[in-house]
Every structure is written in structure tokens, then in C-alpha cells.
Design a protein around this ligand. Structure first.
Ligand SMILES: Cc1cc2nc3c(=O)[nH]c(=O)nc-3n(C[C@H](O)[C@H](O)[C@H](O)COP(=O)(O)O)c2cc1C
Length: 369
């Protein structure tokens, strides 16, 4: 396939995979698409380890990283977040909420170590993300995508000087225009049905609005894509490729816990709800007892990013260790209702392409020649 996106990245098919799993990243790039590693939960040391591994397995194919550059966030005293930053009101509320649900506490002797290790992964301030970009520049990355904000000129210029494509997630046409003004090369228009941080405009409305707002800049469609028919719809609406996040969660290469994968394949579309409790900003995720903690009467206020993320860490650990099916969750989009079994990344890509060709032939057949 040939689109502005395949030309820009030097890839064979305009399919982009956002994932926190390195195996997904390399599999999608090796299959002709472009894997993009989400690094919001990778500190400097972990990022180096992941990029070393990726580069020794990706066979020279293009890949990227995705960072968070939030415009609004809580400034931290130190570079990383610590236990002392977590307010006791929210911490104690969550502790009691999980206690009353029968979720065992972390073993006392391991508590601090487990929590400190989890907190050290959080990379959600622009300062932390800039450090990750500096590390990524030591590697052969082809793309850096930012979410939740606008990159500064200096960062864009440094990336361009190295031939790196700069992308940005957007949820409104005005955001896309701002990103173009900042020097970004490609925007990812992400509709409200997507997994992760989302706005309110749905893909059907957002994609063509963004395409028109920034033409002839390339636009990728994100949010609600899990079949080739949806790929055809995205390309029909003027997009140059698709950017998927949810569908990789139930692949064999995904490192999600088996119990979470099982919950995902059983879930219906309407179980992917928007909640602020994971990070402090609206995130679409699979509803569970934990995601509802801050929806209860008498719940304390939700904190700003990255404090809310940090505050949830202990609960996430407790629920995962307990393997509690009604409590585990993951960010996921409404496409979850169509994710019915575990398959490989390669199979996902082949299915998307096969169905896309079928959809195109069907459309061709609708027009009298
Ligand atoms: C588990 C998960 C985590 C995500 N985290 C991020 C993130 O850190 N940064 C980002 O730009 N997008 C993130 N997203 C959104 C994806 O980049 C992508 O836009 C979205 O998944 C597309 O919609 P879909 O879920 O319907 O495929 C995440 C999505 C999922 C499913």
C-alpha cells in the first residue's frame, strides 16, 4: 500500500501499533507496519533496556516511541514521584475500599519495595519525557509521538535534525492546527471511542474534520479500529493510515496478565468507560470494581496527573497480585466488544488487510461503470 504515511515512515502498510509491549512493537514493524512503544511507564534504565532489546530483534525496521507531554499537571518537588508525594486522604480511602472488597494487602515486608519500584516507572511530566527523548536519540528510532500537549520548538528541531518523524495525538481539529504550527509532521486523530486518554468527539466526526483542518498534512485515524472495514472507513474519510492500541492487548505477544486478557475477550463494547481515576485525566478503560472506586458516594477528590497515577499504584498492585477478576482492568477502547480471541500480531495485521481488500471490492461493486 502507498499513502503519505507509508512514504514518510518507509513502511509497507499504513498500520501503526501503540503498545507498552516490546514484542508487539517488533512484530508489527517486522510485518510491514510501524510499532510504537508507549514509554509513560518506563524510567531511563528500563527504556534503555527495552530499546536495546527492540533494536536487536526488529531487523532494522522502522519503529517509534510515544511520550506524554501534558500541558496541565502537578509539578513535582523531585524528578521522580515518591511515596511521600501520595496524599493520605486518597491513599487511605483506597486502602479501605480494597480491604472491604477482600483484596489482600501487599505483604508488609515487601510493601515499600514493591511500591517504590512501581512509582519509579511513572514518566508523566514534560521534564521526565524530555529525558526519555534524549535517551531515545541514542537509538535508531524513526518516530516520536507526543500525547496530551504540544512539543517545544527545540525538541522538534532536535528530532528533525536526526531525521526523526514527529507525531502528535489530537482529539480536536484546533489541536491538530496547533501541532502543525509547532512543526509536527503527522497527527493522529483519536476519537472518543479509543482506549487510553480520550476527548469527546467520536472518530466518525473527528477524522474528516482533522483531515480538512490540516490538509495536506498526513493524518492517522485512531479510535475504534479493529477490522479491515474500519480501516477502509478511515481511509475513505481521508486518513493516510490507522493507529490502533486496543487490538494488540489480546495478542499472544501482549504481556498483559492472562486474567486481564480473559476479561477483555469477554467484555462488551459498553464496558469500556471513561474515568478520571486512573491518571487524573479522562481515560477509557474496562470497567471494574477498582475503576469505580472514585465513583462511590463519599469518595475523595481525584488528584491531578501524575499524583493520581501514583496514588492508584498500590491498588493496581494489590488487585493484580490477588488475580481478582472483578477488580482487574486495563485501558481499552469500545472495540473491545469485537476482540473475541487471542491471536498473533501478524494474524491481526493480515486480517485487517484481507478485510480491507474485501471492503474495497464491495465498495467498487456499488458504483455502475
Ligand atoms: C492500554 C492502552 C494504553 C494507552 N496509553 C497511551 C499512551 O500512553 N500514550 C498515547 O499516546 N496513547 C495511549 N493510548 C491510546 C493509543 O495510542 C491509541 O490512540 C488508541 O488505543 C486508539 O484507539 P483504540 O484503542 O480503539 O485502538 C493507550 C491505549 C491503550 C489501549
Amino acid at each position: 500500500m502507498k499513502t503519505k504515511a507509508t512514504e514518510l515512515l518507509g513502511i509497507e502498510v499504513p498500520i501503526f501499533a501503540f503498545s507498552h509491549c516490546r514484542d508487539v512493537v517488533i512484530e508489527v514493524s517486522r510485518a510491514g507496519g510501524c510499532g510504537v512503544l508507549g514509554v509513560a511507564y518506563h524510567n531511563a534504565e528500563q527504556l534503555r533496556e527495552e530499546l536495546n532489546w527492540i533494536e536487536s530483534h526488529i531487523e532494522g525496521k522502522p519503529y517509534g516511541i510515544d511520550i506524554l507531554l501534558p500541558g496541565k499537571y502537578q509539578k513535582l518537588e523531585s524528578h521522580t514521584i515518591t511515596r511521600a508525594d501520595i496524599p493520605s486522604l486518597q491513599r487511605d480511602y483506597l486502602r479501605d475500599y480494597l480491604d472491604s472488597g477482600g483484596i489482600p494487602r501487599l505483604p508488609e515486608e515487601q510493601h515499600d519495595e514493591l511500591l517504590d519500584r512501581a512509582l519509579a516507572t511513572i514518566q508523566m511530566t514534560p521534564e521526565q519525557s524530555r529525558e526519555l527523548v534524549e535517551i531515545a536519540l541514542e537509538y535508531n528510532i524513526k518516530m516520536v509521538v507526543n500525547a496530551l500537549g504540544v512539543p517545544d520548538r527545540e525538541m522538534v528541531e532536535r528530532l528533525h535534525a536526526r531525521g526523526i518523524v514527529v507525531g502528535a495525538m489530537v482529539g480536536k481539529p484546533e489541536h491538530a492546527i496547533r501541532q502543525r504550527e509547532a512543526g509536527v509532521d503527522i497527527v493522529i486523530a483519536q476519537g472518543a471511542e479509543a482506549g487510553g486518554h480520550t476527548g469527546t468527539l467520536t472518530s466518525m466526526i473527528l477524522w474528516p474534520e482533522v483531515v480538512d483542518a490540516v490538509a495536506p498534512m498526513p493524518v492517522l485515524a485512531a479510535g475504534g479500529i479493529g477490522t479491515g472495514r474500519q480501516v477502509a472507513a478511515a481511509l475513505a474519510l481521508g486518513c493516510d493510515g490507522v493507529w490502533c492500541g486496543s487490538i494488540w492487548l489480546t495478542t499472544t505477544e501482549s504481556e498483559l496478565l492472562p486474567i486481564v486478557k480473559q476479561r477483555l475477550v469477554e467484555a462488551k463494547s459498553e464496558e469500556a468507560v471513561q474515568r478520571r481515576s486512573r491518571t487524573g485525566k479522562p481515560v477509557r478503560l474496562l470497567k471494574s470494581k477498582l475503576t469505580e472506586a472514585f465513583e462511590q458516594a463519599g469518595a475523595p477528590p481525584i488528584l491531578p496527573m501524575p499524583l493520581q497515577t501514583a496514588t492508584m499504584m498500590e491498588s493496581n498492585l494489590r488487585v493484580e497480585r490477588a488475580g481478582a477478576k472483578d477488580w482487574v482492568y486495563s485501558p481499552v477502547g469500545q472495540i473491545v466488544g469485537q476482540m473475541k480471541s487471542e491471536t498473533s500480531c501478524r494474524e491481526v495485521i493480515y486480517n485487517l488487510l484481507d478485510e480491507f481488500v474485501d471492503a474495497k471490492e464491495r465498495m467498487d461493486g456499488l458504483v455502475n461503470s
